[in-house]
Design a protein around this ligand. Structure first.
Ligand code: ADP
Length: 731
């Protein structure tokens, strides 16, 4: 009974009951039994949608009630705001919530008066590096989706961050939430936590495979499900669910497939919509179209008008939120998604169809089956408690062998164990420097002792490996001037400290330092290329024709590049150089006011990718600027980096930078004002209102807002005598 919960802020237990949480689910009861509300560390390895969040909430609320402070670590930025919104319902009981969204290299002191802080693992890592004082006041830390320590890219950060937090406060309560994995006991061992392991789900989940004219289920039963010839099993299954009043989630292996599937699903779903739904969907489609000027945006809007949507990382954040909300409200009937959605926000649905169980893997040079854990996570999205009688998750087989294989690989199989990925060069390059720079170790021995606190050490049967990679990375960091060693002692240099605080991969920093020396009159393209070739910027692949195109540009603009250009005989380095040039060209286009839809088309990317590139470039150029100051490279270098950064930030030519700082003046409006002879904020403030209004195509509201933002003492516009409707439609 939730009524029996003790140790929570007054009123919380009643509030939970009002939400319909009358009784704890069995795994939740087990966690309470294990002492999660009394400060005990717990690892909860429980299926998706079985109430893990409440376990974390109970732990955090009880900790706050005892006068403590809690931190909730999420794997994705999108989840941070979702969790914050969820936790904010406790604010009426005096519990304050904050989400850390600041730039790297800030300590966000304002968070020190929040009871619960939500942040990604990278953000927490950076806060620790920047010495945020409140980190030491934490009494409870929650790690959501802890099984992601297995992820080669991001796992090590979570692992090292937890080790640091636990070193800072040995009494820290650690609550780790995990999908059901085979070796949750090892994770519990590592965190000195009690293990709650359960297969219980609040709603039945049937899993199975469609093959031939039947659905074959995990319990051995079969159900007839014939697909008419020429029909596609996915759309047939989605229509079937919908005619029963349920929604479907379809997982596919690429963005392009997600988009194509949404188009088909829309056609299948469309004729089952009511008139009211059509009207609401049409409205939503318009909203989606307004998010960005791009083909992706239009395609998404078209699918949504028919009641279906696609979801992948190429979408802008606003797109994704609109889709997720409308699916939860049951307005959108089917989503085709890439696997990113499975790891993402809460979007349960009646039926889940895992259409593609293999994915192209660049490293393997071919198709590779998805991990069992990943498919189980997707399947776990099936069934909405209280709404659906049960959830159903299906794979699709094309022949009898595939039917057997899918049963063995996914339906009956246990998920893979979680394995630490810490002992790799890229992970240790970064974390060795940060660990030393932020004072967690000051000698080789101290460093190795610190690394003993990681999952890697708990699991390893080969401790020599961690030691030898660590030694190699110490050499690398010393050689590049980030660390100094005297005997056993290790110290970070000034620049080493800066690199750690800026959250740069030391290899990125080394590349930048090298390129920036002698960058007196660097062009924007040269600087964009410099940051694009660091390991902190993800690559754009070269497609057919790109090699020739960018080789030509490389020679044409050779003088602009910083550092040595590899020759065509160094095939691999040259290839990387060209793909960085592709990114640099994209950034240059953006900073030269090329339209968003032209860019997404030219580089075959989505609007979300463009924004991601722009954000990363901004961060890296800001870091480059800091390094240039630190290295005393002179005011000219600093100024050119700063201009290149601001151009990327606003997507404009240098001459518009005097205007883009004014609120509501985007790249288009800045250009219009400039063409009307208004070049700076001051000129805007003192301009004839009629000129401003004319430049803004007669939009009075916009003109007033912009004048106010520019500091105009009397921005009201009345009867300025411009024919408003003549040009109002141009925008
Ligand atoms: P998980 O984090 O394990 O994926 P969630 O925490 O999102 O799952 O829980 C899924 C849903 O179950 C949420 O909507 C939550 O409000 C609801 N829920 C959790 N615990 C209970 C409970 N004890 N009784 C009723 N509903 C619950």
């Amino acid at each position: 009974q939730t009524a029996e919960l003790s140790g929570l802020p007054a009123g919380v237990a009643d509030h939970l009951r009002e939400e319909g949480i009358e009784e704890l689910y069995p795994p939740q009861a087990e966690a309470v039994e294990a002492g999660v509300t009394e400060g005990e560390s717990v690892v909860a390895s429980v299926p998706t949608a079985s109430g893990k969040t409440l376990i974390a909430e109970l732990a955090m609320l009880a900790s706050v009630e005892r006068g403590g402070k809690a931190l909730y670590i999420v794997p994705l930025r999108a989840l941070a705001s979702e969790k914050k919104r969820e936790f904010e319902r406790f604010e009426e009981f005096g519990v304050s919530v904050g989400v850390s969204t600041g730039n790297y290299e800030s300590d966000e002191e304002w968070l020190s008066n929040r009871d619960i802080v939500v942040a990604t693992s990278e953000k927490v890592d950076s806060l620790v590096r920047n010495g945020a004082s409140w980190i030491e006041e934490l009494s409870c830390v929650v790690a959501d989706e802890i099984h992601l320590v297995d992820d080669a890219n991001r796992g090590p950060t979570l692992e090292v961050t937890l080790a640091k937090l636990r070193q800072l406060n040995p009494a820290l309560q650690t609550v780790a939430l995990s999908a059901t994995v085979g070796n949750a006991d090892e994770v519990a061992d590592w965190l000195d936590a009690e293990l709650v392991h359960s297969e219980w789900r609040p709603i039945d989940l049937r899993t199975g495979v469609h093959y031939g004219s039947a659905l074959h289920f995990d319990d051995g039963s079969q159900e007839e499900f014939a697909v008419e010839s020429g029909d596609n099993p996915t759309t047939a299954l989605v229509s079937d669910t919908l005619s029963d009043g349920g929604s479907s989630l379809v997982f596919v292996n690429s963005r392009r497939n997600a988009e194509a599937a949404a188009r088909r699903l829309g056609n299948a779903v469309e004729d089952q919509l009511t008139g009211e739904e059509r009207a609401e969907l049409a409205e939503l489609a318009e909203e989606v179209r307004g998010v960005s000027d791009s083909e992706t945006s239009d395609d998404l809007a078209d699918a949504i008008a028919n009641g279906a949507a696609f979801h992948h990382a190429g979408l802008a954040r606003e797109h994704r939120t609109l889709v997720e909300d409308a699916f939860r409200d049951r307005l959108i009937k089917a989503i085709s998604a890439t696997p990113t959605l499975a790891a993402g926000v809460n979007t349960p649905s009646r039926r889940v169809i895992v259409r593609d169980w293999q994915r192209y893997d660049g490293d393997a040079g071919g198709m590779k089956p998805l991990a069992t854990l990943e498919v189980h996570q997707m399947m776990g999205r099936a069934g909405r408690p209280g709404l659906d009688p049960y959830g159903e998750a299906l794979l699709l087989a094309n022949n009898h062998d595939e039917l057997d294989e899918l049963f063995e690989r996914y339906v009956w199989a246990d998920p893979e164990p979680v394995r630490s990925k810490l002992a790799t060069e890229p992970a240790l390059r970064t974390h060795v420097l940060a660990t030393v720079a932020s004072g967690f170790a000051s000698s080789r021995g101290g460093l190795l002792e610190f690394l003993e606190r990681t999952l890697y050490a708990t699991q390893s049967t080969d401790p020599g490996r961690l030691e030898s990679v660590t030694d190699r990375m110490l050499d690398y960091l010393e050689r590049n001037g980030f660390l100094e060693r005297a005997g056993e002692d290790i110290e970070a240099t000034g620049i080493g400290h800066t690199v750690s605080r800026l959250y740069l991969d030391p290899m990125s920093a080394a590349e930048m330092v090298d390129g920036l020396r002698g960058a007196d009159d660097a062009s924007a393209l040269g600087l964009y290329h410099l940051v694009a070739r660091t390991p902190d910027m993800w690559e754009l692949y070269l497609r057919s024709g790109d090699r020739e195109k960018y080789t030509e540009i490389a020679y044409e603009r050779e003088a602009e590049f910083l550092g040595d250009m590899p020759t065509e005989f160094e095939a691999e380095r040259f290839e990387d150089w060209l793909s960085a040039l592709k990114t640099a060209s994209l950034l240059e286009d953006w900073a030269s006011e090329v339209e968003e839809d032209r860019i997404t088309e030219r580089y075959s990317i989505g609007p979300g990718d463009l924004r991601g590139k722009v954000e990363t470039a901004q961060w890296l150029l800001n870091a480059a600027e800091r390094l240039a100051v630190e290295l005393d490279l002179g005011p000219d270098v600093v100024a050119s980096i700063s201009a290149a950064r601001q151009r990327v930030e606003h997507g404009v030519g240098e001459e518009l930078l005097g205007l883009t700082g004014v609120g509501n003046v985007g790249r288009k409006r800045a250009r219009w004002l400039y063409e009307a002879g208004i070049e700076t904020r001051d000129e805007l403030r003192n301009a004839e209102k009629s000129v401003v209004l004319g430049a803004l195509r007669g939009r009075e509201k916009t003109a007033e807002t912009i004048l106010r933002n520019a500091g105009h003492p009397n921005p009201a516009i009345e009867g300025e005598g411009v024919e408003a409707d003549e040009s109002a439609a141009v925008e």
